[in-house]
Design a protein around this ligand. Structure first.
Ligand code: GLA
Length: 371
């Protein structure tokens, strides 16, 4: 016969074990926003495909891990304002609704950019550049309508994207050709008039480069001297295995924040593939394609380790400067989403984001969350 005490002891341990097990399953898994949300907003660019429910697993990751989103494409002028007298707000509206449903900070991207620009924006009916007066009017109408449409629902706008070159001079875009440097202050002025409460950002890539850094600092100071609102500089953060250097990137964070504005890492991704020179011997097509797409099946562990190490170093840098960095946004959710796939060659397989193609979090983030 089993002694009564043994029965009681076994029953107690079964109850305890069950309690522990259910506690373990009930314990919420740690999320990126729980781990880093007190330092800065942690965001992701979301595509229309995802918002429309065609990748529900990715959308679930966004809801779980991120407290900020930005539209990958649907708020760019070519999509949101395809004809002069027609706006297409439906895609942006569903993205904003998703963000609101999950209590996220929704970022608007982007008001004035020379790329993915509506075909009509800077041209007349004959295809010639419009006059400065017409372009000002069009910019004002576009910015006022879009910003007003989302008034009170968007935390901040990338007002101007990619206007400064590596040597600090202005990029020769249709906006610059027609209006000169003035198109930037005008864009900030129109955006502020449309929504005085919304934050306004200048956003660009390759921001580690000293010439562009100086050019952007100069631009921010000019806007400030004219009393125009600018809240932050967005450093896109499209990186590779051999660029940028951490120290240069840090110098830019310091330079931008020294003007009094905040800094945001707005489009972070890191190519895991070797940087291939376009001047490579393209007559060897097979060799060139192989060099361009070295890991068509999976990323080798040795490369993954280097990639994770570099991502971790940059993330640590962002944490170190969390007093001035207010948002870190990845340009996509899983590796499968990235614009870097298929670019500049079809079939090129990239591994640049926070989650892999199986929706698993990359090791560097898990490690940082456990530190
Ligand atoms: C730029 C733009 C983004 C996106 C990326 C990659 O960085 O700001 O909107 O288009 O290029 O394509």
């Amino acid at each position: 016969m089993i002694p009564f005490k043994t029965i009681i002891a076994s029953a107690v341990s079964i109850v305890l074990l069950t309690a522990c097990a259910s506690q373990a399953t009930q314990q919420p898994e740690s999320t990126l926003k729980e781990a880093f949300g007190e330092k800065f907003l942690i965001g992701a660019a979301v595509s229309q495909r995802q918002i429309n429910g065609h990748d529900s697993a990715a959308l679930a990751l966004v809801a779980k891990h991120f407290n900020s989103i930005v539209a990958e494409n649907c708020m760019k002028s070519a999509i949101i304002h395809p004809e002069e007298d027609r706006y297409n707000f439906a895609p942006g509206d569903s993205l904003v609704a998703f963000g609101e449903q999950h209590g996220m900070a929704v970022i608007g991207h982007c008001l004035i950019w020379h790329s993915q620009l509506s075909h009509w924006f800077c041209k007349d009916k004959e295809g010639r550049p419009v006059t400065p007066e017409v372009l000002k009017q069009r910019m004002k109408e576009h910015i006022t309508t879009v910003v007003s449409h989302y008034k009170g629902r968007i935390k901040g706008w990338d007002v101007v994207n990619e206007a400064i070159l590596e040597d600090g001079s202005y990029r020769n875009t249709p906006f610059y050709e027609i209006l000169g440097e003035e198109f930037i202050p005008l864009a900030f002025q129109y955006a502020h008039e449309a929504d005085p409460d919304v934050e306004l950002y200048y956003n660009d890539y390759g921001m580690n480069v000293a010439g562009r850094r100086d050019g952007v600092v100069k631009l921010v100071k000019q806007l400030q001297e004219r009393g125009l609102r600018i809240d932050a500089v967005g450093m896109q953060g499209h990186m590779g295995m051999d660029y940028p250097e951490l120290q240069e990137f840090e110098e830019s964070i310091q330079a931008f924040s020294s003007t009094g504005v905040k800094v945001m890492i707005t489009e972070w991704d890191m190519s895991a593939l070797p940087t291939v020179s376009f001047t490579a011997n393209v007559s060897d097509t097979v060799g060139f394609r192989k060099a361009m797409n070295p890991y068509p099946e999976a990323l080798p562990d040795s490369v993954s380790q280097v990639w994770n190490g570099r991502m971790k170093d940059f993330f640590r840098l962002f944490l170190k400067h969390a007093d001035v960095i207010t948002r870190v946004t990845a340009w996509g959710v899983t590796d499968a989403d990235s614009w870097k796939n298929d670019f500049p060659m079809r079939g090129r397989k990239e591994y640049p984001l926070f989650f892999d193609r199986d929706y698993q979090m990359k090791p560097f983030l898990k490690e940082l969350m456990n530190e």
